[in-house]
Design a protein around this ligand. Structure first.
Ligand code: NAD
Length: 495
């Protein structure tokens, strides 16, 4: 099968997009590396505080006119953006694969999920409607309007370079705010391309800005007096810092953190379809998903069921085609970079040292077309895993499945709830009763019933609990509309 063309052909310098202009940063420059072959494909700046200030100033200056633009007119810019995103669908997807490593189909899924957020935000005239009660006292009416606040900062992680800023940005601008986006500096090209399309869609200068960089920019956003709030998606330690920082500077914040998701298998599940769902959950995106399956809990004492289930899972995982994500026949790409791969390898070693049994070892895996083994790891499956092992407790962020056995569903739910995380747990069963108990008792923001990747659609909030989420309102859908607006209540009478 043909390998698709790489969209980034020469080493490309990423610029900031401020006030509708593409500007070079004066900050130090980092390499952007393609994880497939470790080749440098770009240069990205670590922007300075002054450059952040310029972007915030542009966003602040754009705010009065933008918030005065009627919502249906604001929506028209988003409709235009949606058209351009569709026209550039394949290129956007190939950029994600080249900078991140994921397979082209995974990238297409990411592009689609990102666009869906733009589509939902196009309905802003209905979404932003307030509430009204007439005659709260004789001759008096009371109503609520959802008013925008000003400039918002949006900070993205490396694992969904295109989609995740779109969990926030379309809602922020649709409601009349302006934004400064800081992509992960490991994968800056998707947001660069998106900003090019924003520019082509004709958004007024300063409404949508992109400032590349790292913690300097993030800390600058937390401290900036003109920024009203932040949305952050990334690891738990950083999410915690951002949540606390925004508390200190009185900013509203959504801080989505890391995960360790449990997939609970009941003996009455549909084995074939369950294994197919687990396959994409644990190994899709090379395990680098906040909603990836991490721990597999098999319920019941039926050894025959257990052995058969695991044999089939291992057999399927062994057949997985690993290689260049731009090859349509490839099912799993590399880990994003060498350091991340090293981290996953250390977890695999720790699992062995702590006494888990390796059913499938993904180290030294065979790679299609013999690409040099820079960042690849194949599916790895451990059994006899205990909850106190590091591989069961900590986020690995790689294609590693840790399998545990328990006697009954109560025990399985107890184990899920002992985790510090609560992002996307799922049960596989034919029993409505078991499903209901799981849904009711499990402490997880997103819950799957016979679904392995519990990613909420754009019109639902992207939830999370415990150390997977700090905040009140979530990104996406109506929650995002509430987050990006203040409720202004008017009590009115006329003499
Ligand atoms: P990360 O926390 O390292 O980085 C996220 C962002 O924060 C990046 O833009 C980065 O430049 C910035 N950053 C990094 N360190 C910082 C610091 N010390 N101070 C300020 N800013 C800092 O996360 P990552 O490795 O890019 O992404 C993977 C993590 O994101 C995983 O833990 C994954 O579970 C999580 N994630 C969560 C969700 C969710 O919805 N809960 C979704 C996707 C990813």
């Amino acid at each position: 099968m043909a390998i698709l063309e790489e969209p980034i052909k020469n080493i490309t310098s990423v610029q900031n997009y401020i006030n509708d202009e593409w500007v070079d940063s004066k900050g130090r420059i980092l390499d952007v590396v393609n994880p497939l072959n470790n080749q440098v494909i770009g240069k990205v700046p670590v922007s300075t505080r002054e450059e952040l200030d310029e972007a915030v100033q542009a966003a602040q200056d754009a705010f009065p006119d933008w918030r005065s633009t009627p919502p249906p007119a604001r929506a028209r810019y988003l409709f235009q953006l949606k058209e351009l995103l569709e026209e550039n669908f394949e290129e956007l997807s190939r950029i994600q694969t080249q900078e991140h490593g994921k397979t082209i189909d995974e990238s297409r899924g990411e592009t689609r999920r990102g666009i869906e957020n733009v589509e939902v935000a196009c309905g802003i005239a209905s979404l932003q409607m307030g509430e009204h009660l007439e005659n709260i006292a004789t001759g008096m009416d009371e109503y609520l309007v959802r008013t925008p606040l000003g400039v918002f900062g949006i900070i993205g992680p490396f694992n969904f370079p295109f989609m995740i800023p779109l969990w926030s940005a379309p809602y922020a601008v649709a409601t009349g705010n302006t934004v400064v986006i800081k992509p992960s500096s490991e994968v800056p090209f998707s947001q660069m391309k998106l900003a090019e399309l924003v520019e082509e869609a004709g958004f007024p200068p300063g409404v949508w800005n992109v400032v590349n960089g790292g913690r300097e920019v993030v800390n600058g956003m937390i401290e900036h007096p003109r920024i009203k709030g932040l949305t952050f998606v990334g690891s738990t330690p950083v999410a915690k810092t951002i949540y606390e920082g925004c508390g200190k500077t009185q900013k509203r914040v959504i801080a989505q953190g890391g995960a360790k998701n449990f997939m609970v298998i009941m003996p009455d599940c549909d084995v074939r379809r369950t294994i197919a769902a687990l396959f994409t959950s644990f190994f899709g995106n090379t395990g680098q998903r906040c909603l990836a399956g991490a721990n597999l809990i098999i319920v019941g004492e039926d050894d025959k069921f257990y052995r058969n289930f695991m044999d089939q899972t291992v057999a399927l995982a062994k057949k997985m085609v690993i290689g260049n994500g731009l090859d349509e026949s490839v099912q799993m790409g590399p880990i994003r970079d060498k350091a991340k791969k090293e981290n996953v390898l250390k977890f695999i070693e720790s699992g062995m040292e702590e006494g888990a049994k390796v059913l499938l070892d993904g180290r030294n895996v065979k790679i299609k077309d013999d690409y040099p083994d820079t960042c690849f790891i194949g599916p790895t499956i451990f059994e006899n895993v205990e909850l106190d092992m590091r591989i069961a407790r900590e986020e690995i962020f790689g294609p590693v499945m840790s399998v545990m056995r328990v006697k009954n569903l109560d025990e399985a739910i107890k184990i899920c709830n002992e985790s510090n995380f609560g992002n996307g747990d799922a049960i596989f069963t034919a029993s409505g009763n078991s499903a209901r108990q799981f849904r009711f008792e499990v402490e997880s923001g997103n819950v799957g019933i016979n679904v392995g990747i519990v990613a909420p659609m754009a019109f639902f909030p992207f939830s999370g609990m415990k150390d997977s989420f700090y905040g009140v309102l979530h990104t996406q859908g109506k929650d995002a509309i509430r987050f990006f607006t203040e409720s202004k209540v008017v009590i009115e009478r006329w003499f």
